[in-house]
Design a binder for this molecule. Structure first.
Ligand SMILES: Nc1ncnc2c1ncn2[C@@H]1O[C@H](COP(=O)(O)OP(=O)(O)OP(=O)(O)O)[C@@H](O)[C@H]1O
Ligand SMILES: O=P(O)(O)OC[C@H]1O[C@](O)(CO)[C@@H](O)[C@@H]1O
Ligand SMILES: [Mg+2]
Length: 553
């Protein structure tokens, strides 16, 4: 046990934060660079630096091939419009870094698995729907164990930190990282950072081992604690350096991944042999590129309970209306998926889809129509929906991380509906408002998220052991990948209301779209397509695509 900056501290000071939290109860889709092997192929043994025939390894934004000490995106191009947006490697900026055979090859559990090791050239396409003559597009490095590792097991000193809001699965993720490090690679030194980024320099650390984390996945929250704000890059990296930490696992949402990216840049600037791995966490599912974030499935499932209660209340009384508010600050994924899953919802309102209350085609008109048809209805709204309608009193306050604080749209909406039907139409309604937001976020992860956490955690460990750094471990088209930070932080994932998924929702609820034909045209021009389980064209991106086209002669 050690305290901030590595000094000793009393056991009780360290134990207390942990104690209090403890006391609460085959290759389809994979594109391989080997397909280019007809042309000459070579690779430096120490790093991830490509040179093969017609495929060029370059840093986007520069015209200098193999400029690996640059902090520009690492992009490899190949025939047919193939682009690999690669992740940094420690050997890119540390010369003569030794490598070692992966200890997993002596582990009976793994050595019997045929092709257990991922080929170093396996990559995963971001876009799986392609046209016959279209470019192959952007790919990411496939995650998984490599033949060679760049850390000896007893040299590794790992740390884990959880930042931002809670999300189902945080404890599972911590558990799987610890167990993955211990059981797969024999790593014995793993520290938990207490209370988010600020814990690097302001708090004590928590020693972690498989025994300590054994059943934490059964509890919601995070045994490490979390926080917003408090990111001081210099102090964090000083602390990493002072403690001799050489693998940093950072679990958090978009803000956290931004923080991880600047930590990585500072570590690279100092030339430290420290691998930085991000693991995307967010109940809102607002992180781009990845199929979905862990905890999202659990949130959608848990939301069903609230929607069901709202439905039971609404149908038990004349002209009953159940209003349920779900999380989703800027992205309405939970509301959209909970609505699609439940089938009891008559209207779903999300931040991406503007709506209005009064007049023809407005929400009040729709409510009256639905009540006359069915006698009851359920409205689900994401917390960020309709904030512009409350704009007389725009909330300019932010939380410690700089996220805008929102008004309670659920309460506001409920009152507006009550007022409208009481004063203006004299149409008697019975409205019940349910806000299950924090209850949903605080539950333990479900079975599917637990499995997902295992995959993400093990991929992150394999990546760090293999010397990759500055990456987020993420699922792309159902495959584990390593994604460079700049792709994860460049924008937020949002529901695209001109995509098929939102159209499916509209046809399922039969609610108005609140959009005119002109609005739809404008939206189509503005927006990329939805990233979650949608088979529409993925027209988002691309920093690299743009940069690559600028590089073309
Ligand atoms: N641009 C940034 N640079 C450095 N650190 C950042 C940046 N943005 C956010 N952070 C830090 O990341 C941490 C988490 O950020 P935030 O509170 O926005 O949550 P998040 O990771 O986005 O998760 P969620 O939104 O799902 O709750 C905070 O400690 C914050 O200070
Ligand atoms: O109240 P808190 O804990 O700061 O966070 C609330 C926010 O966190 C989120 O759950 C994202 O993690 C948002 O949906 C929500 O707006
Ligand atoms: Mg966020």
């Amino acid at each position: 046990m050690d305290s901030a900056y590595g000094g000793p501290s009393t056991a009780s000071a360290i134990a207390s934060p942990l104690k209090s939290r403890f006391s609460k109860p085959s290759n389809s889709g994979i594109f391989s660079l080997r397909k280019f092997s007809a042309v000459s192929f070579s690779r430096r043994s120490s790093g991830s630096d490509f040179k093969f025939g017609s495929t060029k390894a370059i840093m986007a934004g520069t015209s200098t091939p193999n400029n690996t000490k640059s902090n520009k995106p690492k992009v490899v191009t190949g025939p047919g419009g193939y682009i690999l947006e690669d992740v940094p490697h420690l050997a890119d900026y540390i010369d003569d870094l030794p490598n070692y055979p992966n200890p997993l090859q002596n582990n009976p559990a793994y050595s019997v698995v045929k092709q257990y090791f991922v080929h170093q050239d396996d990559t995963v396409p971001q876009k799986i729907v392609v046209h016959k003559d279209g470019p192959r597009g952007i790919h990411f490095r496939r995650a998984g164990p490599r033949q060679k590792v760049y850390f000896e097991s007893d040299e590794v000193h790992a740390c884990i930190v959880t930042c931002g809001g809670l999300c189902p699965g945080l404890n599972t993720m911590i558990r799987e990282l610890v167990c993955g490090l211990y059981h797969m690679y024999g790593v014995k030194k793993v520290l938990g950072i207490d209370g988010g980024y600020r814990g690097f320099y302001a708090k004590n650390t928590i020693p972690l081992n498989p025994k300590v984390v054994n059943d934490i996945h059964k509890r919601g929250g995070t045994i490490l604690g979390t926080s917003r704000g408090g990111h001081d890059t210099k102090k964090i990296v000083d602390s990493i350096q002072d403690r001799g930490i050489n693998q940093v696992y950072i679990i958090g949402g978009d803000g956290t991944q931004r923080g991880a990216s600047v930590i990585f840049e500072e570590i690279r600037r100092r030339g430290l042999k420290v691998a930085v791995a991000g693991i995307p966490k967010t109940i809102d599912n607002d992180i781009p590129v990845i199929d979905k974030s862990f905890g999202f499935d659990t949130a959608v499932e848990e939301a069903q309970r609230a929607i069901n209660a709202a439905h039971v209340e609404a149908e038990s009384i004349e002209n009953g209306i159940g209003v349920v508010k779900l999380m989703g600050r800027y992205s309405g994924f939970i509301a959209m998926y909970a609505t699609l899953a439940s089938r009891d919802v008559d209207c779903c309102l999300i931040p991406e889809s503007p709506f209005y209350l009064e007049g023809p085609g407005g929400l009040f008109e729709f409510i009256e129509k639905r009540l006359k048809e069915h006698g009851h209805m359920v409205i689900v709204l994401a917390e960020g929906a309709g904030q512009e309608l409350l704009s007389e009193s725009v909330n300019s306050m932010t939380d410690a991380s700089g996220n805008k604080l929102l008004h309670d749209v659920g309460l506001w909406m409920s009152q507006r509906i009550k007022d409208h039907f009481a004063k203006e139409t004299k149409f008697p309604i019975n409205l019940k408002y349910i806000d299950p937001t924090y209850m949903i976020r605080a539950v333990p992860s479900n079975a599917s998220d637990n499995v997902y956490c295992t995959l993400l955690a093990q991929s992150a460990v394999h990546g760090a052991m293999a010397g990759y750094t500055g990456f987020t471990s993420g699922l792309v088209n159902g495959r584990q990948t390593y994604i460079p930070f700049y792709r994860i932080i460049e924008k937020q994932n949002k529901v695209v209301i001109t995509d098929r998924m939102w159209a499916r929702l509209l046809s399922s609820t039969n609610q108005p779209s609140f959009l005119s034909a002109k609005d739809v045209e404008e939206k189509k021009e503005d927006e990329p397509s939805t990233m979650l389980l949608d088979d529409g064209p993925r027209t988002d991106d691309s920093l690299a695509e743009k940069e690559m086209s600028q590089l073309k002669p």
